[in-house]
Write a protein that binds this ligand. Structure first.
Ligand code: ADP
Ligand code: MG
Length: 148
């Protein structure tokens, strides 16, 4: 089984495709973190825990793994939406993540409304799954030490 999967990486600039404007900013992980993902991490939506290097709080997160069209689909991208409102940018901070499960494969949408609705649903699914006792244990895992 591939879960739990622990990794960390620096938050880099994405292509600003407007996820912040949609109210769903995604912290794009550096290429080192993406390259070290195991082969069996298929494109799609995942959920788990995330922690920033400047803050001891462990937050719920949803993560999308996909193929980046900018690089002619040759590189995977890994984007994390932390389920918390920060109201500021988090670029250059290190993000530690613990991935606990897979929600759904990558999908195509006919409209922006549908896309946003699905992402809201992903966030709800992640949040509900992370309320389970088994998932909660990982929020306090020693991987998330205050200075990690
Ligand atoms: P980019 O294309 O550069 O990734 P986004 O529109 O996806 O731009 O916005 C992502 C940025 O917003 C993150 O890198 C981070 O600095 C900031 N941000 C603010 N709140 C959050 C959050 N809750 N989850 C993820 N990123 C956030
Ligand atoms: Mg992003």
């Amino acid at each position: 089984n591939k879960f739990p999967y622990f990794t960390k990486g620096i938050i880099v600039k994405g292509f600003g495709r407007g996820s912040k404007e949609l109210g769903i900013p995604t912290a794009n992980m550096c290429s080192e973190a993406v390259k070290s993902l195991p082969e069996n991490f298929d494109p799609g939506v995942y959920y788990g825990w995330a922690k920033l290097s400047n803050n001891p709080t462990v937050y719920k997160m949803v993560m999308s793994i996909g193929w980046n069209p900018f690089y002619k689909n040759k590189t995977k991208s890994m984007e994390v939406h932390i389920i918390h409102e920060f109201g500021c940018d988090l670029y250059d901070l290190t993000l530690s993540v613990c991935v606990l499960g897979y929600s759904r494969p990558e999908m195509d949408f006919n409209s922006l409304e549908e896309l946003i609705k699905e992402i809201r649903n992903d966030i709800k699914t992640a949040s509900d799954n992370l309320d389970s006792e088994e998932a909660q244990q990982y929020a306090t895992h020693c991987f998330f030490t205050p200075d990690s």
